[in-house]
Design a protein around this ligand. Structure first.
Ligand SMILES: Nc1ncnc2c1ncn2[C@@H]1O[C@H](COP(=O)(O)OP(=O)(O)OP(=O)(O)O)[C@@H](O)[C@H]1O
Ligand SMILES: O=P(O)(O)OC[C@H]1O[C@H](OP(=O)(O)OP(=O)(O)O)[C@H](O)[C@@H]1O
Length: 215
């Protein structure tokens, strides 16, 4: 039986925060990801390799089976609904929240209960639509791919839906959080067919990660 594992990760905070988790499971990167331009990174375990891809592409690689497992933010998973993936573990990394924010001047006299129609810039149009629809608020959504905080400053939108961690990006751009939509963290995702074919290797890894994060 082939028990080699391909794990999809995104460069940046997820890769950085997951390195110690994998190290505790006995898997270390064989090359420094900051110095390498390779997209397939070997590990010190000859049975394990990592794919380094865009955060929003992780569910695609795993659901198609190009990677057996991956680590993806709950934000990405909820925005890309209907993917066939198991989500066995909350890794408690990439911890932040998804919130509605607006310019401090607008927030001064604003009451979210009185919103009827909002123009929102976001990378998360589906989550945003679902959230406001459930409250009977009409939305005009402007899809962006990053730096959402800029949109209200230049009149592109009244408000944004984005991730907040320390609140520094909002603060430095004169925005305030007015509503938390949900807490966010990164999840281990597994391809269902791989779970059957490579069950032992995947379950071993899940157990080791679980022990490390204390679940
Ligand atoms: N400020 C933050 N603090 C903690 N976790 C965060 C923060 N921002 C994003 N995350 C989490 O980390 C994940 C990856 O974010 P990252 O910024 O590395 O990629 P991205 O630029 O959003 O993705 P893409 O390249 O696909 O656009 C997000 O999906 C989210 O779950
Ligand atoms: O509350 P804070 O600690 O300031 O973090 C929030 C910021 O972090 C994320 O951006 P990221 O750093 O990933 O930049 P990007 O969205 O432009 O990729 C998010 O989109 C916010 O802009």
């Amino acid at each position: 039986m082939n028990d080699s594992l391909t794990i999809a990760l995104s460069k940046g905070r997820i890769l950085e925060e997951s390195i110690p988790l994998f190290a505790a499971a006995g898997i270390e990167l064989a090359e420094d990801p900051d110095k390498s331009r390779k997209l397939i990174l070997p590990s010190t375990d000859p049975q394990v390799r990592f794919l380094v891809i865009r955060a929003s592409d992780v569910p695609t690689y795993v659901s198609w089976g190009a990677a057996d497992l991956g680590i993806a933010g709950k934000d990405v998973l909820l925005e890309q609904e209907n993917l066939a993936l198991y989500e066995p573990l909350d890794l408690r990394i990439g911890v932040c929240r998804m919130s509605v924010a607006e310019p401090a001047a607008l927030a001064a006299g604003d009451r979210p209960e009185s919103w009827e129609r909002v123009r929102i810039a976001t990378k998360y149009p589906k989550i945003t639509k679902r959230f406001f629809q459930a409250r009977g608020i009409q939305t005009e959504i402007i899809k962006l791919y990053g730096s959402m905080e800029l949109a209200p400053l230049v009149g592109l939108a009244d408000r944004i839906v984005d991730l907040v961690s320390t609140g520094r990006t909002l603060r430095e751009n004169g925005l305030v959080e007015v509503e938390e939509i949900m807490p966010i963290s990164s999840r281990l995702v597994v391809n269902p067919a791989a779970m059957k074919r490579k069950g032992k290797a995947i379950e071993d890894l899940i157990r080791k990660l679980e022990a490390e994060i204390g679940q």
